[in-house]
Design a protein. Structure first.
Length: 81
């Protein structure tokens, strides 16, 4: 039973990784391999009927941008999950 549990968990982790990779590709509109604050804001805005507060988006982006290079890598996005 333990082996099937581990295999199942491994499958779930791989599925999550694929999902996050797909999300990253969708957010990375210019295909630079990084997500800019503008790309993140555009994606978030598409889910909101109200205009987003720029300072809130920037604060969220800055929390995700762990190396503080002004862009989000796949690993930084993956850290959310």
């Amino acid at each position: 039973a333990a082996a099937s549990c581990c295999a199942s968990f491994s499958c779930q982790v791989m599925g999550l990784k694929e999902t996050v990779e797909k999300l990253f590709a969708e957010l990375d509109k210019d295909k630079s391999g990084k997500i800019s604050c503008a790309e993140l804001k555009s994606a978030l805005q598409s889910y909101s009927a109200e205009p987003l507060d720029e300072s809130h988006v920037k604060a969220f982006f800055d929390k995700l941008d762990s190396n503080k290079d002004g862009e989000l890598s796949l690993d930084e996005l993956m850290a959310l999950f």
